[in-house]
Design a protein around this ligand. Structure first.
Ligand SMILES: [Zn+2]
Length: 372
């Protein structure tokens, strides 16, 4: 094979005007098609192995990874990089939201699925009972405000200087009107500027908000997003759910459990489904959230077993109370609450999974009998 087939062209692009060391360059590798094909084949061959050698917490590139980080990094990341100065049309934003929703709840296009938590309540931080998903419209506006701030602060970037010379000229950026000949991106910046002033009430307040969202001489995107987004009430016990020791899929179910949003039989009946309300685990009481975690005799026995294993028999059988206890006890050097919350979240997840398996096994049995 010709050696040229495996050649890589490495281009070094300077990051600054003045280059003094190799660190001032950004490398750009231009690989041949042969190289790309070979690496793709290797990736496909290694993919099944990754599931067993990479820990679930670090599985950023493993198939089936944590859906919320995929939504935030891939879908909303595209918005951040591709539409930095463009106000995305509402119809497109609604479409993005729909894709994100379907992806999170495993719904197919056009399929009706029972969703127990509204999308707006998913798009708030963990402290407010959400999944910390970015709300697309506010995120889009916040990204544009970053550029707006750069212009207002006479940033020395080429983009900012170009706008000053060709768009603003001798006008005042804060008062200049939107003209028909303005480009789409410049128009977007001015629309967001008007929206920002209208929300704040005055130009002075707008500038104060922008200055409050600045740290170390730079505007913090997350702070400006926090200003724009819809707010919800702060919840108690969230620290018992969201921490490094807890697997994300366990936290996901725990949020639904602590807010009483799991699709238990009593909830399904409230929504018009007619099912016989009997707990499938103990068959002795109605199925509610309070019953499942952990008034149910079967679930309580499992949880007591976990407590015994942890040597923490003094704890109660009330899930919400335990989450509050973990939140109050959370001290950096105290390992006990971390370990305890990891077990509590895992127990709730596993019991809910077992409950679903039992219900679907029974339903499959009846379906099979009716077909016979
Ligand atoms: Zn029960």
């Amino acid at each position: 094979m010709s050696p040229q087939a495996n050649t890589i062209l490495l281009a070094l692009i300077p990051k600054n005007h003045v280059v003094t060391s190799v660190l001032d360059f950004r490398p750009l590798a231009c690989c041949t098609v042969f190289y790309k094909t070979a690496s793709k084949i290797l990736c496909i061959r290694f993919k099944p192995l990754l599931q067993s050698i990479v820990w679930k917490e670090q599985g950023a590139f493993v198939e089936g990874r944590w859906k919320i980080s995929l939504i935030n990094t891939v879908i909303l990341g595209m918005e951040q990089y591709w539409c930095v100065t463009l106000l995305i049309p509402k119809g497109v934003l609604n479409l993005i939201t729909k894709f994100c929703k379907n992806f999170l709840w495993n719904s197919e296009e056009g399929q009706r699925k029972l969703v127990m938590k509204s999308w707006s309540s998913c798009c708030v931080p963990h402290t407010e009972g959400g999944y910390d998903i970015k709300e697309v419209l506010s995120w889009n506006k916040s990204i544009i405000i970053e550029w707006l701030w750069a212009i207002d602060n006479n940033s020395d970037s080429l983009w900012s200087i170009w706008n000053q010379v060709y768009n603003i000229k001798s006008a005042n950026f804060w008062t200049m009107p939107i003209r028909a000949y303005h480009s789409e991106s410049w128009r977007s910046i001015l629309i967001v500027r008007n929206d920002l002033i209208a929300r704040a009430g005055s130009l002075e307040t707008t500038r104060r908000i922008l200055s409050n969202c600045t740290k170390g001489g730079r505007l913090k995107l997350i702070l400006i997003y926090d200003h724009f987004r819809e707010k919800a009430l702060r919840i108690s016990g969230y620290r018992g759910v969201w921490q490094r020791a807890v697997l994300p899929k366990h936290s996901f179910i725990m949020v639904l459990a602590m807010q009483g949003r799991l699709a238990t039989i009593d909830k399904l009946n409230q929504k018009g489904t007619c099912l016989v309300n009997q707990c499938i685990m103990c068959k002795a009481a109605n199925e509610t959230h309070t019953h499942l975690f952990f008034k149910c005799s079967f679930n309580a026995a499992v949880w007591k077993g976990v407590l015994q294993w942890l040597a923490m028999q003094d704890r109660t059988l009330d899930m919400r109370r335990e989450l509050r206890w973990i939140t109050n006890r959370r001290v950096r050097r105290d390992w006990k609450p971390h370990w305890y919350s990891s077990c509590l979240n895992a127990a709730v997840y596993s019991l809910w999974e077992e409950r679903n398996t039992r219900i679907f096994r029974v339903l499959a049995f009846y379906k099979c009998n009716s077909e016979l």
